[in-house]
Write a protein that binds this ligand. Sequence first.
Ligand code: HMG
Ligand code: MG
Length: 300
Amino acid sequence: MSEFVKIVEVGPRDGLQNEKQTLTLEQRLNFITDLIDAGLKSIEVGSCVSAKWVPQMAQSDELFKQLPQRADLNLSLLTPNIKGFETALAVGCKEVAVFTAASESFVRKNINCSIDESLEKFSEIMQAAKQHNIRVRGYVSCIVDCPYEGAIEPQQVVKVVKQLYDMGCYEISLGETIGTATPDRVQKVWQACLAELDSKVLAGHFHNTYGMAIANIYQSLQQGIRVFDSSLAGLGGCPYAKGASGNIATEDLFYLLSHMGFETGIDLDKLMTASQNISQILGRKSLSNYTNSYLQSRCA
Ligand code: HMG
Ligand code: MG
């Protein structure tokens, strides 16, 4: 049997948080329904953050309430503090994601506190999560470069990843936030992390600003990583990392994985439908090379 790679679809969160236009709840709901139809099981639905900071993610709790509560689905919400956690809990969310970074300046710009302060907020979330049986995923941004501080030392990444793990995060996603990394630098980060932690608790989150995301994912696969975040049509970016473009497109990740013999559970035809639908809503061409070639070949 082929080995399974878990894809965490972050388009409805990482993707839409960076769009100029704010989609309606109905459009966001249709987007997520399409993703579920395409076989994606782990989907980051939105964020319980301040709507003044990220207006595109307002009412993520309302959106969550309208989604199917199926045992085979893992629908999560991003929560920066206990207020966000309580919002997620109130709508029956079973998994939340906390997020910090390996760079002090990025954490300050993103969530207005230091790394240590962010961890203090998360420890409050952890306690409540344990009590309510909620799974907590962790993010560490700027694992290679920071838009404000430049290069980040792998040991600094390991330190924060380990703190999240020791605190109780079941999986930690390493964010290559600005998409400048090349595979040699990504290898160094994984090697440093894998000296301390099992590959099973680590995930890769690669932005594609310089077109390096797929090469970085290939490198990560070679290092034993089997969980990747991606976003349909390559949507995404972070409002607090200017110039950074979208995540690796789910379609391009699917192409790489399926051709390397990995199982993902995705239905390609339905993924194409989902991709075309969201590009139509946003009024622009997909950033996925796979989707664009597929559409061209159908027109030829
Ligand atoms: P703050 O101003 O320091 O917080 O912001 P505060 O506690 O002083 O509260 C200020 C206001 O926000 C108050 O409202 C609070 O009630 C409200 P006011 O009295 O002014 O009306 N507030 C909240 N509202 C809703 N939900 C909450 C919440 N907490 C406080 N949870 C805060 C701190 C974290 C709220 C703010 O900085 C924020 O919302 N930041 C948004 C960060 C964000 O969403 N960034 C993008 C996601 S991270 C990312 O993209 C990277 C990733 O993809 C990985 C990678 O690529 O590297 C994950
Ligand atoms: Mg991101």
